[in-house]
Design a protein around this ligand. Structure first.
Ligand code: AVI
Length: 320
């Protein structure tokens, strides 16, 4: 048996300059926007884990139940000794539900939050000593290169949590096409996709009574203060999330409660009361809508599983 927490680490994360430039550019637009990938510093990653445990946030527990229930069927589709590649792996919790059934040759978690990734990869390596773990700290929205994966290896991309919903549909299509390119011919994709449903259920999921989603949203302003010499008064902005039925998405915003000037490293931004910074979209799909998108990206649907309340879907697809 090898030493505990034995895994390889590859670093291709964005420079701090990317965060700076995207924040300055996003706050300079008439419709202010901060990309949601910047939620996930160490504090944000912890807050996201806590969101997943909130009673109103049904996606995590519903998808977990589906993964547990269908692990052996998934293993049958994936075959033996594949490489599991997980973009945006976070705490690497859900893959654990598959490892015993699939017994893959290797697990490749990819995440933008390096410290969090190192900890999570070390824990997986510790708990599954037979498994090769190659952690890659990278921005998954940039071009992916995984040169250490041997040629002719079958890869199964694992993209749970409905993170695909955080891209708008054209970018979701581009991202799925990139995944198809990385896995190559005969590549597989197991992906969790949140389903369209009653507005009340969706609104509650993004407005938990304990205020964890609000803290997660506001943390991006704290991060700007910490890392980019910002002076946001985080008590003067409030979390606002709602389902936009026309666009089929949850929108998250931070709303200025008063007229104020915010500075970020010498740049000034004026806010009136009620002005918004748009921080996230979370698109919801019907099964047909998602399969149509995946087909355009080069995948063929093989199987889809849902829970009895039709809250969440788990799709298995292959590159054609
Ligand atoms: C990561 N992503 C799929 C979550 C979602 O539901 O869109 C992020 C999140 N934002 C607020 N709550 C959860």
């Amino acid at each position: 048996m090898r030493a505990a927490a034995d895994y390889t680490f590859h670093h291709a994360a964005p420079e701090a300059g990317d965060f700076y430039q995207e924040v300055i550019d996003g706050l300079s637009q008439p419709a202010r926007f901060i990309p949601p990938k910047y939620f996930y510093d160490h504090a944000g990653s912890r807050l996201f884990e806590s969101i997943c445990e909130q009673p109103e946030y049904y996606p995590t527990r519903t998808e977990t139940a589906l993964l547990k229930q269908y692990a052996s069927e998934i293993a049958g589709l994936a075959g033996e000794d594949c490489y599991i590649i997980e973009p945006g792996s976070g705490s690497c919790e859900k893959v654990r539900l598959l490892l015993d059934a699939l017994h893959p040759a290797a697990y490749v978690p990819l995440d933008i939050s390096c410290d969090h990734l190192k900890m999570a990869a070390a824990c997986v390596a510790d708990d599954f000593p037979w498994l090769d773990v190659h952690a890659v700290c990278t921005d998954i929205t940039a071009e992916l290169s995984l040169p250490f994966i041997p040629e002719k290896t079958r890869s199964m991309m694992f993209y749970p949590g409905s993170s695909i919903g955080n891209f708008d549909p054209p970018h979701a299509m581009d991202f799925l096409s990139c995944l198809a390119k990385v896995t190559g011919q005969d590549g597989h994709l197991l992906i969790g996709v949140d389903l369209k449903k009653d507005k009340e259920v969706l609104d509650a999921a993004y407005n938990d009574a304990s205020g964890v989603t609000a803290a997660f949203n506001l943390n991006v302003l704290q991060r700007i203060n910490r890392e980019l010499a910002g002076d946001f008064d985080t008590e003067a902005f409030v979390h606002h999330a709602f389902y936009n039925g026309v666009r089929g998405r949850i929108e998250m915003h931070l709303i200025s409660e008063r007229k104020q000037t915010v500075r970020v490293d010498g740049h000034s931004f004026e806010f009136n009361a009620g002005d918004s910074i748009h921080t996230e979209n979370s698109y919801k799909y019907t099964i047909d809508e998602f399969q149509g998108l995946a087909r355009q990206a080069g995948f063929t649907p093989c199987r889809v599983w849902t829970d009895s309340d039709d809250l969440f879907s788990l799709h298995y697809l292959r590159v054609v």
